[in-house]
Design a protein around this ligand. Structure first.
Ligand SMILES: *Cc1c(COP(=O)(O)O)cnc(C)c1O
Length: 492
């Protein structure tokens, strides 16, 4: 399987190169030359409902630079760090609504599903491509990617990692998780700006030839652990494929397929569900759930992507995004692979902050996707109502998904099973969750909130979150977005 840039139809690179580069030299994102279909044999393996086997079945179709034995070893090592043997358990909420819990990894967010395995891909890819440089991973995070990437890459030989997060745009728990990060090859820096500023700054560094030369002289090459990297997306396809078997195992009525609902920010997680659908998993609708930053809801409604709007800081910070990078990959598919069309949209986005797709592209998008959104009040009301009705304690991001799932059912009357991606542990956002279920969320001490949330809900906190209490912050720097390059060069 070879990969091309969304902005170039004529050049192809192997999967190892696509993952090392992260982003294509022309600024586009890598996509596979074709989307592989699941065979009858694959479907039989998937039906065994063994997460590791399903992941291997998916990965070997896309990452053909590696042998099956190599991939099997990576899968085994990556998912051993999860705190449940199922890796991604499917919990029934009520009726035919299910939560696919993706947060049982070391940092309690779904990002672990990809970032526990990405370092293996990157180091193996460096070997395959004959690279004798240190791979310097650069990350802009809206909260969860940063911690998951730090945890994945810490002390991985041949790599180092620098993470930027919006200093006032992540939850107290997310900030603590990053500031206390351990490891000899890690660096964390807050920036005085929002996530889009951090992401734009990182993209600028990637595009800066002078930076690349300076780093090369030091024996380093930059790569990305953001969901623009194909190595981030491909492991995520696996859990949607797996959810099909998990639904079957629970006796869900699958005659007409099922829907997948994804709380969305950078459009990576839902794009992974799109790939699963295109591979042959019987997914009916892809339901895109946004918070008050509803740029995607409006895009699917009108065919116009317009980032010229007020940016809101919400209780679901990992979705506080106005430029959803991975939408570029979907645009490429909707435009029949036309690099010219994608380049036109992206040029228009960077020049005027908006673009409009063609009527045909909008029609195709509406066939595949349904989109809606929830503000903070609706999110909290959903957490409270879901807990009261089903006993399920959801985090703020997942609650956006649950609310939008209800919107979808109301708008369409569709009774098919819905798999809602449960993207973080509620204990990453204890204040909002506690308030939502009628608890006392006063005070600034996140650990007091955790104890109260445990007492009120009866749901235990993940051990690795509770243990943060005993760790000292190592990284307290905050820099201007304009000084991010200096921070990268200053990294040990
Ligand atoms: C990253 C994240 C999201 C958004 O995922 P995208 O792939 O950026 O769309 C949603 N919820 C949580 C908890 C996250 O960490």
């Amino acid at each position: 399987m070879r990969y091309r840039s969304t902005r170039n139809e004529n050049e192809y690179v192997p999967s190892a190169r696509a993952m090392i580069n992260g982003i294509a030299p022309d600024g586009g994102l890598y996509i596979p030359e074709s989307i592989p279909a699941l065979t009858a044999e694959d479907i039989a393996v998937i039906g065994e409902c063994d997460y590791g086997k399903t992941a291997l079945t998916v990965l070997k179709k896309y990452l053909t630079d590696f042998s099956e034995a190599e991939l099997a070893e990576m899968v085994g090592a990556a998912y051993a760090s999860f705190d449940v043997p199922e890796v991604a358990p499917l919990r029934k909420l009520s009726g035919e609504d299910y939560a696919l819990e993706l947060w049982h990894g070391p940092t309690s967010a779904f990002k672990d599903c990809a970032l526990q395995i990405l370092p293996y891909f990157i180091t193996a890819s460096a070997k395959k491509t004959g690279l004798d440089k240190t791979v310097h991973i650069l990350v802009a995070t809206s909260g969860d990617t940063g911690k998951a990437a730090l945890e994945g890459f810490r002390d991985v030989e041949g790599t180092k990692i620098t993470v930027f997060y919006p200093a006032d745009g992540v939850s107290a728990m997310q900030k603590l998780q990053m500031m206390t990060q351990e490891g000899g090859n890690v660096r964390v820096c807050g920036i005085s700006g929002n996530f889009d500023d951090a992401q734009t700054g990182v993209k600028r560094i990637f595009a800066d030839r002078g930076m690349a030369e300076e780093l090369a002289a030091r024996g380093e090459i930059l790569s990305s652990a953001n969901s623009i990297n194909w190595g981030r997306l491909v492991p995520q396809i696996a859990y949607y494929v797996h959810s099909w078997a998990a639904l079957k195992a629970q006796g869900a009525p699958l005659g007409d397929g099922f829907n997948v609902v994804v709380p969305t920010g950078n459009f990576g997680n839902i794009l992974a569900a799109y790939y699963a659908k295109m591979m042959g998993v019987p997914i009916n609708k892809l339901v895109c759930a946004s918070n008050r930053n509803r740029v995607l809801t409006d895009f699917f409604g009108t065919g116009v992507y317009d980032r010229n709007r007020e940016f809101f800081t919400t209780e679901s910070p990992s979705m506080d995004i106005l430029i959803s990078s991975n939408l570029e990959r979907l645009l490429c598919y909707l435009a029949d692979g036309s690099a010219e069309a994608v380049k036109g949209f992206m040029a228009s986005l960077s020049a005027g902050g908006e673009y409009a797709v063609t009527g045909e592209m909008k029609r195709r998008a509406s066939e595949l996707f349904f989109a809606s959104c929830a503000d903070d009040a609706e999110t909290e009301a959903t957490i409270g109502a879901t807990f009261a009705k089903t006993g399920y304690l959801s985090d703020t991001h997942t609650a956006v998904g649950i609310k939008v799932c209800g919107d979808y059912r109301k708008a369409t009357g569709d009774a098919r099973p819905c798999v809602i991606a449960s993207t973080a542990s509620p204990y990453k956002f204890p204040a909002a969750v506690l308030r939502a279920i009628g608890g006392d969320a006063s005070g600034d001490d996140p650990f007091a909130l955790i104890e109260r949330l445990e007492a009120k809900s009866g749901v235990p906190a993940p051990k690795r979150i509770a243990e943060l209490k005993y760790k000292l912050p190592r990284f307290t720097d905050v820099c201007e977005p304009s000084r991010m390059a200096e921070a990268v060069l200053g990294a040990r």
